[in-house]
Design a protein around this ligand. Structure first.
Ligand SMILES: NC(=O)c1ccc[n+]([C@@H]2O[C@H](COP(=O)([O-])OP(=O)(O)OC[C@H]3O[C@@H](n4cnc5c(N)ncnc54)[C@H](OP(=O)(O)O)[C@@H]3O)[C@@H](O)[C@H]2O)c1
Length: 317
């Protein structure tokens, strides 16, 4: 019997990491074992992962030594940061640096870094099509991740850069789903113009990451992107209409208006949608559906995701 290759998973009690943990544990013959990293090994979510068969260890991405211990002896590491917990790209860069250093220290053989584009390569700070935020970013929650790519490269790590996509789960948890307007009718409000948004069932990110680890050396040193479907606002609204059994209209708003919506992160997300629209061909092209499906044959379409989740989408306001 050959020993299983252990994957250390950051954010294991969360969305991306949790999907990877479940993907590994539901494939007991796959040759991989999972080490779930959490700040609290006694939380209900951590206990549930242990119950499913994960090795659960304590680690904090703000504590390099804890990461070094948690990565020790692992074959692979899944590295992700948590922008929306602190809204700081500098903190993301520091956390990514710690994870990269820990992976180097533990001589991990395959790292997946869950990244996004540094949009400043497309829209330099001098480009006034969108405002500069926090002094030196265009899309803060993208730019810090993209900037961190270099840290993994500079340390000479065997890394796959994974470009993720918009979670359709944002329609449940992030307040982005259809809302009733003054006319009482549901509308999906997004600054997407007539462009396509690469989206994915969040659970599929981990399943695709598992597919990357299973490919061995093939994707080391590469940047790969994943999505479940590329859909326009009108197409998503039509799918909502079909699935919810009541009309959902697509309400296209300008990015400028979206930036002014006032919720935490509105400017960041307004710039993000503008970037996705202005560079739509690049952005969709970097997230190929056939590739994601090859990594993860169970990849959900938006309609299938909706069929599984429609009752969880809050529609009250
Ligand atoms: N929403 C989207 O559409 C989307 C799309 C692409 C990329 N992203 C990116 O995805 C990232 C978040 O990933 P996610 O959605 O998987 O996160 P998540 O579901 O919010 O998971 C967060 C998990 O990470 C753990 N965590 C938080 N702070 C930690 C720390 N300091 N040290 C160690 N663990 C910590 C927590 O676990 P414990 O409490 O157990 O420690 C928590 O369960 C963000 O950076 C975001 O920009 C989001």
């Amino acid at each position: 019997m050959t020993a299983k290759k252990t994957i250390a998973v950051v954010g294991a009690t969360g969305t991306q990491g949790g999907g990877l943990v479940r993907a590994i544990l539901t494939d007991p013959e796959g040759g991989f074992a999972v080490r779930a990293l959490t700040r609290d090994i006694n939380s209900d979510k951590a206990k549930k992962l242990a119950h499913l068969g994960a090795e659960v260890v304590a680690a904090n991405v703000d504590d390099l030594e804890s990461l070094k211990s948690a990565f020790q002896g692992a074959y692979g590491a899944y590295c992700v940061t948590f922008f929306w917990e602190h809204f700081s790209p500098e903190k993301e860069l520091a956390e990514a640096t710690s994870m990269a250093q820990a992976a180097k220290h533990a001589a991990v053989q395959h790292v997946i870094w869950s990244t996004l584009e540094d949009t400043r390569k497309w829209v330099p700070l001098s480009d006034n099509r969108m405002p500069t935020l926090l002094g030196k970013y265009k899309v803060p929650h993208f730019d810090g991740k993209g900037e961190a790519d270099q840290v993994f490269t500079d340390l000479g790590l065997p890394v796959t850069f994974l470009l993720t996509s918009f979670y359709w789960d944002n329609f449940i948890y992030f307040g982005m789903g259809p809302k009733k307007g003054p006319d009482g009718k549901l509308a999906l409000t997004l600054p997407l113009s007539d462009k396509k948004l690469p989206g994915i069932a969040a659970e599929d990110i981990g399943r695709c990451a598992y597919g990357i680890f299973k490919r061995g050396h093939e994707l080391i040193g590469k940047t790969v992107g994943i999505a479940g479907e590329h859909l326009t606002g009108a197409q998503m609204a039509a799918a909502f209409t079909q699935s919810l059994g009541q009309e959902v209209r697509y309400n296209a708003v300008p990015a400028e208006a979206y930036r002014g919506f006032g919720f935490p992160g509105a400017e960041d997300l307004g710039n993000m949608f503008q970037f996705k629209c202005d560079f739509n061909e690049y952005f969709c092209g970097a997230r190929r559906l056939e590739f994601a499906r090859a990594l993860n044959p169970a990849l959900l379409t938006f309609a299938t995701w909706l069929a599984q989740n429609r009752s969880r989408i809050p529609l009250s306001d």
